[in-house]
Design a binder for this molecule. Structure first.
Ligand SMILES: NC(=O)c1ccc[n+]([C@@H]2O[C@H](COP(=O)([O-])OP(=O)(O)OC[C@H]3O[C@@H](n4cnc5c(N)ncnc54)[C@H](O)[C@@H]3O)[C@@H](O)[C@H]2O)c1
Length: 267
């Protein structure tokens, strides 16, 4: 067996689609799967960042391409799935990952404008793209990973929509696991804790993204045993495990990648 910096190459000639693969956890996952031999499709609406992610993989000898998709737009999702089918006869890996995080307390109604975009992207869009990719996923069997969150298990003030979606994804993962097992498709979820990604330091999140990233990387938190945030690569490693044959008897499960989270204190 070939090896790379992580020890194994588990996805040779597998075709893998990652929604939100242009940034954060999705990008780290795209890099990891490509380094382990997969042909990676980055499906994202941020074409500028997606082009960079694709180039980065290609420059290191990996196989990657961009398919533009806006998960909030049904037509866009259907067109993207069609584009995948025109290029590949089978899809072996799907990572449902793209999401946005908005805040708003229930009492003052600040959540209301966020309901439609947040659920359209992070819940409806995920099911719709899975539905339209299913014919390709059925061809040779597949593995799916859905990105939940520790927030889905906590229910935090000011984040009810995001956290309710992430709780819903735990149930959705089970439903998919039951419905798709007859096609040889395993479906699992990952619930990350607090991860240093553009979701927390990207455009519009902080006046100085680089300084914010560094501050998060160095932050000590009291809400998990490991007392630190994670790098996206640490989540990507767990995603890759669940997608690989190393997890051949695991389906319908949610793996917590959270440094041993035990509470809701800041961080
Ligand atoms: N970062 C964390 O602390 C954390 C914790 C728990 C769970 N998660 C989950 O992990 C996943 C990845 O999060 P991240 O932190 O890497 O986020 P991120 O903001 O770094 O990346 C999200 C990606 O989704 C894409 N995207 C956004 N809207 C889209 C749309 N309408 N159509 C297509 N693509 C779209 C963005 O362009 C971006 O590439 C999300 O589901 C998130 O909820 C993140």
């Amino acid at each position: 067996m070939q090896t790379n910096q992580w020890g194994t190459i588990r996805f040779t000639d597998k075709v893998a689609l990652i929604t939100g693969g242009a940034s954060g956890i999705g990008r780290a996952t795209a890099n990891r799967l490509a380094a382990e031999g997969a042909h990676v499709i980055i499906a994202d609406n941020n074409t500028e960042m997606a082009h960079k992610a694709v180039s980065e993989i290609q420059e290191t000898g990996g196989k990657a391409l961009l398919i533009e998709v806006d998960l909030a737009d049904d037509e866009s999702v259907i067109t993207a799935a069609r584009a995948v089918a025109e290029k590949f006869s089978a899809l072996h890996i799907l990572v449902n990952n793209a999401a946005i995080l908005r805040s708003g307390k229930i009492e003052d109604g600040a959540w209301l404008p966020n309901w439609e975009p947040e659920t359209a992207i992070g819940l409806r869009g995920w099911v719709l793209i899975t539905q339209h990719l299913l014919p390709l996923l059925k061809q040779e069997g597949a593995a799916i990973v859905n990105l939940s969150s520790e927030g889905g298990f906590l229910g935090r003030p000011g984040q009810w929509i995001y956290d309710a979606i992430k709780a819903g994804l735990v149930s959705l993962t089970k439903t998919m696991a039951y419905e798709f097992i007859e096609y040889g498709i395993r479906v699992n979820a990952i619930a990350p804790g607090w991860i240093v990604t553009e979701m927390h330091f990207g455009k519009g999140k902080a006046p100085d993204p680089a300084a914010q990233k560094k501050a998060l990387e160095e932050l000590t938190i009291s809400s998990c045993i490991m007392k630190r945030l994670a790098k996206p690569e640490e989540v990507a490693a767990a995603i890759a495990f669940l997608l690989s044959d190393d997890a051949s008897y695991i389906t319908g499960q949610t793996l917590h990648v959270d440094g041993g989270r035990w509470g809701m204190s800041v961080g």
